[in-house]
Design a protein around this ligand. Structure first.
Ligand code: NAD
Length: 337
């Protein structure tokens, strides 16, 4: 048998490394690889697949979101797919994304579009379902189509309203947002684990994921998680429903959610870049971890028109800050690459 051509062999190698790392990260909550190494390998795979689409396999990490729902919780189908975000690591990635967005919306190059800039909180996405104002279900993102049903655990998060503060709540409401563990709580949890001789959590996001999957809600309650809401879905016929992301954030706040106060309306791409740059230092003073900013097209009709790729909305992008070295994580796999 002849050896696989170099590109095919490298794509296979990358898929294997990334799949193993993603399983450790999303399913076992025990990362084996630095995020920056994961991101670099993932990008290499994307570039290889873009240049040689015949190398794309259905099981490629580029074709899926997150990880499969873990065992121990029932899995639930999301009413609306809960996808990931495409990433930009530099100004040219941002320009390329904006160019693609204008093209799909059939706009002239360099047309200004209003955006909302939000902090990218480094926690775990949750989907909360309310019926007639009552919280009936909370799920993790899982693979984007199905997540783990963790309602009992999410009920312990004080900033998640159990009942919406609305006089006439719609028949159903879907709220997405980020569960997180603040830095001081994270330090206290790891100090306790060290005292008991248990393995330490690699970072607050990982601690949060592990906590949300605790089978005992009392343990979750003791860990004092927090939640910022950032996405709202309502039935199409809701009277006076929001027509922009900015209005959605205001709606969420009125309904009783905690919305991150650092979101900003950004009139054009230069304002996006300035927002990103200002938070590079500003975020260090925040009491929780962030790893970038998320930029979303403000007008919900334009969002609908732009639509989604298989993995992510075309109308949003995560601009990531350069990773800081985290020497506590073992680079078991990095030495193989
Ligand atoms: P992501 O973290 O790059 O971005 C998507 C997520 O951003 C959303 O699901 C949501 O949870 C979050 N988010 C935070 N604030 C938000 C806001 N205001 N609006 C919308 N979403 C917001 O994507 P991902 O698919 O969750 O994870 C991919 C990343 O995970 C990689 O870039 C890598 O760094 C890391 N990862 C690491 C390993 C490893 O082995 N170290 C393995 C797999 C993934």
């Amino acid at each position: 048998m002849s050896a696989a051509p170099p590109n095919q062999a490298r794509a296979g190698e990358l898929r294997q490394l990334l799949q193993r790392a993603a399983h450790a990260y999303y399913v076992l909550d025990a990362p084996e690889m630095e995020d920056s190494v994961y991101d670099r390998l993932y990008r290499e795979l994307l570039e290889l697949e873009a240049a040689h689409p015949e190398l794309i396999t259905p099981d490629s990490p580029s074709q899926r979101v997150g990880g499969a729902p873990a065992e121990g919780f029932s899995s639930v189908e999301h009413r609306i797919g809960l996808l990931s975000l495409d990433n930009a690591f530099n100004p040219s990635d941002l320009d390329a994304w904006y160019g693609r967005l204008l093209k799909v919306l059939d706009r002239e190059p360099a047309t200004p579009l209003e955006m909302v800039g939000e902090l990218k909180i480094d926690g775990n996405a949750l989907a909360l379902s309310y019926e007639h104002g009552l919280l009936v279900q909370a799920a993790t993102r899982g693979d984007g189509e199905r997540g783990e049903q963790i309602t009992a655990n999410v009920r312990t998060i004080a900033s998640v309203p159990l009942r919406l503060q609305l006089e006439n709540p719609p028949a159903w409401v879907e709220v997405r947002g980020e569960a997180l563990i603040p830095d001081d709580t994270f330090a206290a949890i790891n100090a306790e684990r060290a005292a008991r001789g248990e393995a330490l959590f690699a970072n607050p996001r990982n601690a949060c994921a592990g906590t949300l999957r605790q089978l005992d809600p009392k343990v979750v309650a003791a860990r004092r998680l927090d939640f910022f809401a950032y996405t709202l879905h309502l039935p199409k016929d809701t009277p006076q429903g929001p027509s922009s992301q900015w209005q959605s954030l205001q709606w969420l706040q009125t309904a009783g959610f905690k919305v991150n106060p650092n979101a900003e309306l950004l009139p054009n791409l230069a304002a996006v870049q300035a927002f990103f740059s200002s938070w590079d230092t500003g975020r260090r003073a925040l009491p929780y971890a962030t790893d970038g900013v998320v930029v979303k097209l403000n007008d919900l009709r334009l969002q609908d028109a732009a639509g989604f790729t298989q993995k992510a909305p075309r109308w949003a992008i995560a601009l990531k800050y350069a990773a800081e070295e985290a020497p506590s994580i073992l680079l078991r796999l990095a030495c193989q690459v």
